[in-house]
Ligand binder design. Structure first.
Ligand SMILES: Nc1ncnc2c1ncn2[C@@H]1O[C@H](COP(=O)(O)OP(=O)(O)O)[C@@H](O)[C@H]1O
Ligand SMILES: *[C@@H]1O[C@H](CO)[C@@H](O)[C@H](O)[C@H]1NC(C)=O
Ligand SMILES: *[C@@H]1O[C@H](CO)[C@@H](O)[C@H](O)[C@H]1NC(C)=O
Ligand SMILES: *[C@@H]1O[C@H](CO)[C@@H](O)[C@H](O)[C@H]1NC(C)=O
Ligand SMILES: CC(=O)N[C@H]1CO[C@H](CO)[C@@H](O)[C@@H]1O
Ligand SMILES: [Mg+2]
Length: 441
């Protein structure tokens, strides 16, 4: 019976905490339907997020214990947060602590569930009669719900959120903060959607929560992303759904049915690990005409590394050693690793055009232009004989970014970094403007 099961779960989570006893766990700060939050006295600004072995639907009207659910949720959350973190999204997640708990930045939570949808299903259909299941939203459909169990989490408009004037960790939630959360939700969805696509799985919709980091006052993705947070349809097929809907749809909660739900959860938590694995290799080969261009090339390499792309530097001159240039080209064409060549040649750039005329791989000219002759020299990278498709990018960082965009078409990890970087740039502009406005008042 449930009482006994709850006891069981409590014992299980206790033992998993004690096995990792190096952490000094302080008092309980908060407890909700699915997790408990503990203070960490030795690590100010951080908390322990402990999952409970309990599954709820219809706002806890249905409550069943599912042994092992906490562990599965933990694995899902830590993999998803790792993917987002490595992509460059700001999250509260710090590190895994045990099977069922992780360490996170202490946040004051903004009591809003942000929902993002690619495909219409579930409650959206009820609230929007006439829309058929499967309708695709491009751009993504955003909704928000005020976390208020007593009133069944009512849908809110942006205006309602603004008028609520929430103040958390000293930050008032105004237009700037709402815009940041809205934009971040879209970026997070797109990153997870791209990652799940590698597993032939459609991310149908997702709900997330943000918190204000009490130390930095930054808005970060917090709480968890686990099975309860999204709908996943393998091969875009609803009948194969691998999410909590399986549980909501159960007619009767039998042990067999709970086993099926658990197997489904396990299916996700097994696959979620694969989201972190590169599905394609990527390599940039920088060819420089002379080592005097080394500093320029190092900038390209550094930027490639930030996208997780390996980068090789070689010295060769198409004018003085064309046989060597073509031999080096063949070396990188021959091993099957997808490659983008970047040609760095000052004065007259023969290197990029010769490469471009002799390989089907993309070639980017990135000439190191000097103030004296730069405006003349650049034409040797721009004005090409017919039949050549090389591009020219002056900034070394931008050349690496363009290579990343090429690889991002097939390498989701690279794409995710580009997407997060776009969001972070947008947020930085927004915050700079907010700060300037505040100063001029
Ligand atoms: N990093 C964090 N810092 C502080 N509180 C958090 C953090 N992550 C989650 N919480 C809060 O912990 C509480 C328990 O979570 P949960 O069981 O999901 O509650 P609920 O049933 O309200 O969704 C919630 O109030 C949640 O917002
Ligand atoms: C999020 O932003 C979009 C685009 O600006 C806007 O149309 C939408 O209403 C916003 N959604 C919410 C829930 O604030
Ligand atoms: C993906 O799903 C489609 C549609 O069901 C299927 O035909 C295809 O074989 C699947 N591909 C992989 C790699 O599983
Ligand atoms: C959770 O994910 C698993 C895969 O681990 C999936 O099989 C299951 O259906 C999901 N459960 C819920 C309730 O979403
Ligand atoms: C029981 C279980 O699966 N625990 C996992 C929680 O998540 C971390 C990080 O992915 C894993 O290392 C644990 O094995
Ligand atoms: Mg919750």
């Amino acid at each position: 019976d449930t009482g006994l099961l709850e006891l069981h779960a409590a014992a299980a989570s206790l033992s998993s905490v004690s096995r990792f006893s190096e952490l000094n766990i302080g008092q309980k700060l908060n407890e909700g339907k699915t997790k408990q939050i503990f203070e960490l006295p030795d690590q100010p600004g951080l908390v322990l997020v402990q999952s409970k072995d309990q599954i709820t639907a219809g706002n806890a009207a249905r409550k069943d214990q599912m042994e092992g659910k906490a562990a599965i949720a933990n694995k899902t959350t830590s993999c998803v947060f790792k993917l987002l973190q490595e992509s460059g999204i700001k999250t509260a997640f710090v590190k895994q602590h045990s099977d069922t708990a992780f360490v996170a930045a202490h946040c004051e939570m903004i009591p809003i569930e942000w929902v993002c949808r690619r495909v219409a299903t579930g409650s959206f259909l009820k609230r929007n009669p006439g829309v058929k299941e499967g309708f695709r939203f491009s751009p993504l459909k955003m909704e928000m719900f005020f976390k208020d169990d007593a009133n069944n989490d009512p849908q809110w408009s942006e205006e309602q959120l603004l008028e609520a004037k929430f103040s958390l960790a000293g930050l008032t939630i105004g237009q700037c903060e709402v815009d940041i959360m809205n934009r971040s939700t879209v970026a997070i969805f797109e990153i997870l959607e791209k990652a799940w696509a590698t597993q032939n799985c459609t991310l149908v919709d997702m709900k997330i929560e943000f918190g204000v980091n009490v130390k930095t006052q930054e808005i970060v993705l917090a709480d968890v992303i686990d099975n309860d947070s999204w709908r996943l349809w393998p091969a875009g097929d609803r009948s194969q759904q691998k999410d909590k809907q399986v549980y909501r749809d159960l007619k009767e909660v039998t042990p067999e049915a709970m086993q099926m739900v658990k197997r489904n959860f396990e299916w996700v938590s097994e696959r979620v690990k694969l989201l972190l694995e590169p599905q394609a290799s990527s390599r940039v080969v920088v060819l420089m005409g002379s080592t005097s261009d080394m500093a320029h090339c190092e900038k390209i390499r550094k930027a490639c590394t930030s996208y997780g792309i390996s980068c090789v530097l070689r010295v060769t001159s198409a004018h003085k050693g064309p046989d060597e240039t073509l031999r080096i080209k063949a070396e990188y064409e021959g091993d099957g690793v997808p490659t983008v060549f970047v040609a760095v040649a000052g004065r007259s750039n023969g290197l990029g055009p010769v490469m471009s005329g002799n390989t089907a791989y993309p070639v980017i000219n990135c000439p190191p232009l000097t103030p004296d002759w730069g405006s003349q020299d650049v034409w040797s990278s721009l004005r090409m004989p017919s039949g050549l498709g090389c591009s020219t990018i002056i900034s070394p960082e931008a050349a690496a970014q363009f290579a990343a965009q090429i690889f991002g078409l097939t390498n989701h990890l690279v794409w995710c970094k580009l997407r997060a970087s776009m969001l972070n740039t947008w947020v930085a502009l927004k915050l700079a403007d907010k700060k300037l406005q505040a100063c001029s008042l």
